[in-house]
Design a protein around this ligand. Structure first.
Ligand SMILES: [Zn+2]
Length: 69
C-alpha cells in the first residue's frame, strides 16, 4: 500500500502508460528530439507498442507518482 506523500490518503496502484517514451527533465522542451539533455531521465520501459512504468495515483490531489528502473 502506498500513501500519498502530499495528503496521506491511500493511492491506487497502476501504470503510467504512453505510446512514446516518457521523460522527466528539469526544463521544459519545445520538442522531444534526441539526444537526451543533461538531467533528463527516461521513466518508462518500452514493451512492443507501449511504454510503461509502475505508478500510483491519488484521486484526492490528482497526482501520479511513478517508479522507474
Ligand atoms: Zn494526495
Amino acid at each position: 500500500m502506498m500513501l500519498c506523500p502530499w495528503c496521506n490518503q491511500e493511492m491506487e496502484a497502476g501504470f503510467l502508460m504512453s505510446g512514446k517514451p516518457v521523460v522527466f527533465g528539469p526544463e521544459e522542451r519545445e520538442a522531444m528530439l534526441w539526444p537526451r539533455k543533461k538531467g533528463e531521465i527516461k521513466l518508462t520501459r518500452q514493451f512492443w507498442t507501449i511504454a510503461r512504468t509502475p505508478a500510483w495515483h491519488c484521486a484526492g490531489c490528482k497526482r501520479v507518482v511513478a517508479e522507474y528502473e
